[in-house]
Design a protein around this ligand. Structure first.
Ligand code: URA
Length: 206
């Protein structure tokens, strides 16, 4: 399963703002969106395009358009933090939702909602910012595959080795793009050094 870490000074700068415990939700949300642009661009970097003739105000030239549509599937709720990045870059992307809650004692995913647009022909971007145990991403990946997805890339902000191993075992065909590969999980299944609970930090909950 290919892992791509976006190695860019701007991505590192934005990740540092997200990691900082003093970053309040308004700045956290804006920074996650800005980092999302870099991550989503990388997650689409291997997409194929069709060529076509177009006419500029000056002459005819050859352009390209993306061959496949893009679908973003936000894993609730932290995935919402990357949704605007996709919609700004690809305004006609269709959006799906995968509602899963983490059981805080076992870290097992508890499903509560799914809604997907047509997935068959699309590049499906699963927005799962914190890849910790991998339980939620593996579950969301199984769900989109059951609904016809064949071309899947996960967009993460922070990944842990434990989550990567789980995805390698369950879904070796899924590419993972992230801003960092962190050290590992603590006893409460939080990624270390990480950035804390992404949903809480986005939405100001505790
Ligand atoms: N989910 C989060 O939001 N943060 C973690 O560190 C792990 C899972």
């Amino acid at each position: 399963m290919p892992l791509t870490i976006v190695d860019h000074p701007l991505a590192a700068d934005l990740l540092t703002v997200l990691r900082d415990r003093t970053t309040a939700p308004p700045e956290f949300r804006q920074t996650a969106e800005r980092l999302g642009y870099l991550l989503v661009a990388e997650a689409m970097s291997d997409m194929s395009s069709d060529t076509l003739d177009i006419t500029t105000p000056l002459e005819t030239t050859v352009g390209t358009r993306l061959h496949r549509p893009v679908v973003a599937v936000a894993v609730l709720r932290a995935g919402l933090g990357l949704l605007h990045s996709v919609l700004t870059l690809v305004p006609d992307a269709a959006i799906g939702f995968a509602g899963v809650q983490r059981d805080e004692t076992t870290a097992q995913p508890i499903e509560y909602y799914t809604k997907f647009p047509t997935l068959e022909q699309a590049r499906v971007l699963i927005l799962e910012p914190m890849l910790a145990t991998g339980g939620s991403l593996s579950w969301a990946t199984s769900k989109v595959k059951e609904n016809g997805a064949r071309d899947i890339t996960a967009v993460c902000v922070v990944v842990a080795p434990e989550g990567l191993r789980r995805m390698e075992e369950d879904h070796p065909d899924v590419r993972i793009v992230s801003a960092t590969l962190d050290r590992g999980l603590n006893s409460n299944f939080y990624i270390m050094p990480g950035l804390g609970d992404m949903g809480d930090r986005l939405f100001g909950t505790l």
